[in-house]
Design a protein around this ligand. Sequence first.
Ligand code: FAD
Ligand code: UDP
Length: 397
Amino acid sequence: MAFDYLIVGAGYAGSVLAERLARVANKKVLVVDRRNHIAGNAYDHYNEAGILVHKYGPHIFHTNSRDIFDYLSQFTPWRGYEHRVLASVDGQLVPMPINLDTINQLYGLNLTSFQVEEFFASVAEKRDVIRTSEDVVVSKVGRELYEKFFRGYTRKQWALDPSELDAQVTARVPTRTNRDNRYFTDSYQSMPLYGFTRMFENMLDHPNIKLMLNTDYRDVRDFIPFKEMIYTGPIDEFFDYQFGKLPYRCLEFKHETHDKPLFQPAAVVNYPNDYAYTRITEFKYLTGQEHTKTSVVYEFPQAEGDPYYPIPRAENSALYKRYQELADVTPGVHFVGRLASYRYYNMDQVVGAALTLFKKINVEGKPNGAAGRNGGAVSGANGHSNSTHTAAEPARP
Ligand code: FAD
Ligand code: UDP
């Protein structure tokens, strides 16, 4: 059988496109993933103790986009969940992002919101331009708090000083003068009630979708006929690293199960200044599962291994641009997702990018460019796709 699309990767980017193409555009789709499971890095499963854990580290769904939330709601009911994080600093566990309580607890003070604002203003370093991840923090909370909360964590996580990283990295974490101790403030904050993997199973459950796991696309692309490809893996790998390797930061995950109901006082505890790991996550907080035991994961950043994080800095963007230019002139292949577009995307942004690409494909694929009935516009997550080609012949990279 000939497929309309070969989709490389069964994570968010690949699965959203498979679902839309199969269900809305009635295309025949083959999804391949070289891992032995669907859901990409969002994959979760019940471990040997029967506790639902995230294999590749904590995944918390949050978005400001109603369209994206509604789209995913077709495939899962939700459990409302607001994420909270503590940081281990100077022998105390204090709220992170830094807020009024963080400052009062850390320094044994009793400041008001107004006073803490004055305090931040008195310690902040003036910066005319906010260019790096160091600028972002020191210009808001000064050097001492920067060193206590950000410098060590960032150096561990990225093996770079914050002054060597784009502003967007630490700008993900706000500073607050009120007592809001939530990690995110998005309008939708929820976890899929039966887990991420179940949600992906529902997305991919369609007669037009065939799934092959444990399969690298390079092993099948010459035997299985298809018209176009959607590629969600690392873009430099697709082009055989011809301009050199794009740096991705890797992680090693150490999972543990403890014979007690609770391990730590919050879902995540960050360790900016001690240990080789950055944070410990206790899954039962995220999932709401009740169990007499509890499972946690430690994250150890690494230079080598599976690519998890694109590293946002100017020289890497420049190298990515060269690959992107190649992608733009590669007919019949669409590049989408965190690894293929080399962007530090959250899950909702990848869903947004995939829905936007689908809309483009669906419009281009129709006579007179008429818009698809169900391929509606998506707003609220800044997704991009970087190839719009719809050539009839498949590309062979
Ligand atoms: P992926 O999930 O990486 O999927 C790509 C798939 O392609 C993979 O399964 C891979 O095996 C497959 N593939 C690659 N190359 C090939 C090949 N040659 N042949 C076959 N298959 C191939 N986002 C949030 O919104 N909230 C969070 O709390 C959050 N926490 C995170 C924590 C960690 C530790 C990490 C690493 C990421 C986190 N994210 C979070 C980001 C989130 O994981 C991503 O945005 C999202 O999963 C990316 O989806 P994707 O489809 O682009 O890529
Ligand atoms: N960060 C930090 N200290 C913290 C939390 C975050 O320095 O306690 C910095 C660090 O550089 C991190 C970035 O902020 O990589 C983004 O944090 P986030 O929690 O969003 O990281 P992710 O969940 O994507 O790994």
